[in-house]
Design a protein around this ligand. Structure first.
Ligand SMILES: *[C@@H]1O[C@H](CO)[C@@H](O)[C@H](O)[C@H]1NC(C)=O
Ligand SMILES: *[C@@H]1O[C@H](CO)[C@@H](O)[C@H](O)[C@H]1NC(C)=O
Length: 774
């Protein structure tokens, strides 16, 4: 069409000539173009591969050219937008990388695939690990740190066995001001025998430095290879450590370690998320030395893992949690986005997916079952045999099943805390940091089928223990291993902080709740004793259906009883208990709690479900409080998981109370308790989890609430062997921000919404639906 328009304006003879020869001209043109295309195809296979699938957005190219023209003086411009020639232009722009590129190097691939292929474990003997440390230094401090780091790694290498040491070459450092970026940051240096680990030590400046140029380069590389997305995915991994100054930039929002964070983010993109260890950050005025040591240890571990063929460890590539995904995933890169919504989902999809290796979560607990199988009489069945649908369902939900009746799972708050975001209400109320907390249960079975239980229908139920019993030691070791394994899988997740990651490798608290009924387990006291021996605190939640076990329970740090309704009919409707005498059992449990109130730190846990147990029940709940006299009453709105099981149980979003409704309820309950002269008050709140804490005046000292726990004191009391009670391990004053009326969000943490964007603090009383499972 265009050609016809053009020919209209040509003189007559030319037009005739054209008519005479047009067939041959067109044929020669076609032949010429075909030959040219083929030549380009073989000459520049990489660009062709990517560009042939390009929808050819002019905007994209325009952007690309303009960036290129700015930075590359030798660039030939004004090249027509033809497939092959675009390839040529990129070649002109990045001469070294292209010319050096061996045709075999896999770059022109989507990162998802590329990283899978390139993720093949490092094979000792074939290649050696080459750690490269890049640094940037103005005053020389970072340079000194970089040199110290390199000599540290190299002396560590000297102390390894000859075999191990042979697996990697000496670490080298490179000043980012002197190297050619193209030599390292468009594709890795080409040495068939080496596999690279990129490490970075970066200070933060508020003036323009090499670091800005470097960041620009990373950004540009990523944008140039938009279709390839991960040109550096052939390296083994990377990790970044930043030095910042908290005096001038107290928080990350204000710019603390901003450049290190940027480099970490861009490296994740161009390597296809090969973060070998979380981003480390240190304040030059206070803790940078410690933080750097911590990070260095982490790097050594990562190197050991790589050398022993474990790759970056489990769950690293693509382990971003969609719920909490940050910019890295939320970027326009839909094509690289993994379909895995949750770290825990990795297991199930890998297991029967492509899995040559069965993949990250294939946790082999057969050893546990084996060892006990031989001991136990054959008549007793396992509660959750590996072959059962229950096992599959629980595993799919992210549980690690330990032995035949225990489970462990890391909750979203643990992940949140690892990423420097908020902890759950247990931090506001009791000082428990979520990344130090393990959630587990020694009994996956329960005697209720509560309507709001999100594992509803997947956990076994029963009124008596009729299964094979696993020994407590086995469970204890198994759940710890399972927990640590899951923490380790968070290593490469965007935003995980090296400092918190390292801290998380030492469990300090254990929540015995999750699914099932922990005191159902016959050796529960031995189990909690093991926790305490390792100075792990214990929060135990029970359902008020096992009075005998409750009476026999030894010391725990905090003892919860779920109070799901205020009267018999309501309780039947909501808990759907299996015991016929459920109400009597419930009553007996309250009486036991009352007797134990000076020995155990007792808590009533009220889970409010709209349309089930809120309306007109305030007085009933106040009566129950009068009966059990708990130290605390936690009131929490139900969380909705939107599964078919919860809706078949008659639950929907309309059953989830607004925070304002929870608040109203709590105020009414408080008034009702006051009327009875029981001595309680509203102590703290955590609006984010829709949770409010009422406390007995025993925990109000000099007019101030002291809901926090002195954990060390608790262990000391236990070890002393003498009688003690909750008053003996009252901890610090409840922080101001956690008090009733202040929302309960730790101001030191970054507040984000479910998409990971910074979030404004909820004002008082703003209606808020809470969908978060804890
Ligand atoms: C994987 O397993 C799930 C259920 O466990 C099944 O629905 C799905 O079809 C399986 N996928 C493949 C690829 O076998
Ligand atoms: C809760 O009750 C106590 C007395 O028991 C009272 O002093 C306090 O003001 C009440 N709190 C609220 C928020 O109503």
């Amino acid at each position: 069409m265009g050609s016809i328009n053009l020919f209209w304006q040509l003189p007559g003879e030319l037009l005739e000539l054209w008519h005479e020869h047009r067939t041959s001209i067109i044929y020669s043109a076609i032949v010429f173009l075909t030959v040219a295309r083929l030549w380009l195809h073989y000459r520049y296979p990489r660009e062709k591969a990517s560009l042939s699938s390009t929808p050819g957005s002019p905007d994209l190219y325009a952007k690309k050219w303009s960036i290129g023209i700015d930075r590359e003086k030798d660039l030939t411009v004004d090249v027509p937008l033809l497939n092959g020639v675009i390839g040529k232009n990129i070649a002109a722009k990045t001469p070294k990388s292209i010319r050096k590129a061996s045709p075999k190097r896999v770059v022109g691939k989507k990162s998802a695939r590329a990283s899978k292929e390139l993720d093949k474990p490092f094979e000792a003997g074939e290649q050696r690990v080459a750690p490269l440390l890049f640094f940037s230094s103005l005053g020389g401090t970072t340079q000194a740190a970089a040199e110290a780091f390199v000599s540290n790694i190299n002396s560590w290498r000297k102390h390894l066995s000859a075999d191990e040491a042979d697996n990697f070459v000496e670490a080298k450092c490179h000043d980012l001001s002197y190297i050619e970026y193209d030599d390292f940051f468009i594709s890795a240096p080409k040495d068939q025998n080496l596999a690279y680990l990129y490490l970075f030590l970066l200070p933060t400046y508020n003036i323009d430095t090499t670091l800005d140029t470097f960041l620009e380069h990373l950004q540009e590389t990523h944008n140039d290879f938009r279709i390839d997305t991960a040109p550096l995915s052939s390296i083994l991994g990377y990790s970044v450590f930043g030095f910042g100054d908290k005096q001038d930039w107290p928080t990350e929002e204000e710019g603390f370690c901003s450049q290190a964070r940027e480099v970490d983010k861009w490296m994740a993109k161009i390597t296809g998320r090969k973060r070998a260890f979380p981003l480390g950050m240190g304040d030059v005025r206070t803790d940078s030395k410690e933080r750097l040591e911590e990070w260095t240890e982490g790097i050594k571990e990562a190197m050991s893992d790589i050398m022993s063929g474990k790759g970056l460890g489990e769950g690293v590539a693509g382990s971003g949690d969609a719920v909490e995904s940050d910019e890295e995933d939320a970027d326009a890169e839909e094509n690289t986005k993994t379909k895995l919504d949750d770290v825990e989902d990795l297991g199930s999809s890998y297991r029967n997916g492509t899995g040559a290796e069965s993949g990250p979560l294939a946790i082999d607990f057969t050893t546990y079952s084996k060892s006990t199988k031989t001991v136990e009489p054959p008549v007793l069945k396992e509660m959750v045999p590996t072959s059962s649908p229950t096992y599959t369902a629980l595993t799919k939900q992210g549980y690690t099943i330990v032995g035949s009746h225990s489970g462990v799972k890391i909750c979203r708050w643990t992940k949140s805390a690892l990423r420097g975001r908020g902890s759950c209400y247990k931090y506001s109320f009791y000082g428990i940091q979520s990344h130090l907390c393990m959630e587990t249960t020694p009994s996956l079975s329960c005697s209720n089928k509560c309507v709001f239980c999100w594992r509803h229908g997947t956990n076994p139920v029963g009124t008596t223990w009729r299964w094979k019993v696993d020994p407590p030691e086995e469970i204890f070791e198994g759940v710890k291993a399972g927990h640590y394994k899951k923490i380790k899988m968070m290593k490469g997740v965007p935003g995980v902080r090296a400092e918190r990651f390292q801290e998380a490798m030492r469990i300090k608290h254990c929540a015995l709740s999750l699914v099932g009924e922990p005191i159902f387990y016959p050796h529960i006291n031995e189990f909690t004793a093991m926790l305490h021996k390792e100075r792990i605190s214990s929060f135990l939640v029970c359902n008020a259906q096992h009075p005998d076990q409750l009476a026999a329970l030894g010391h725990v740090t905090q003892l919860y009883v779920s109070i799901d309704a205020s009267n018999k009919e309501s309780l039947r409707k909501i808990d759907r208990p299996l015991h016929r005498d459920f109400w009597e059992r419930f009553q007996r449990c309250l009486d036991i709690l009352r007797e134990k109130r000076f020995m155990q730190r007792t808590v009533f846990r009220l889970t409010l479900v709209k349309g089930f147990n809120i309306d007109d029940e305030v007085e009933g709940y106040a009566d129950l409080v009068a009966q059990g006299l708990p130290c605390f009453v936690e009131v929490k709105g139900v969380t909705f998981c939107g599964t078919s099981t919860s809706s078949s149980a008659g639950l929907s979003m309309s059953n989830v109370p607004f925070y304002s409704e929870i608040s109203e309820f709590v105020i009414a309950l408080n008034a009702s308790l006051e009327k009875r002269g029981l001595g309680y008050g509203i102590a703290a709140e955590h609006a984010h989890s829709c949770c409010v804490l009422l406390a007995s005046n025993r925990f109000k000292i000099d007019g101030k609430w002291h809901t926090r726990i002195d954990y060390e004191k608790f262990f000391e009391c236990l070890e002393s062997g003498e009688e003690f009670g909750p008053d003996d391990y009252i901890g610090d004053e409840t922080p101001e921000w956690a008090l009733w009326g202040n929302g309960g969000f730790d101001p030191r943490d970054e507040r984000v919404d479910r998409k990971g964007r910074p979030k404004v603090i909820i004002g008082d009383g703003t209606p808020q639906k809470n969908l978060i499972e804890i």
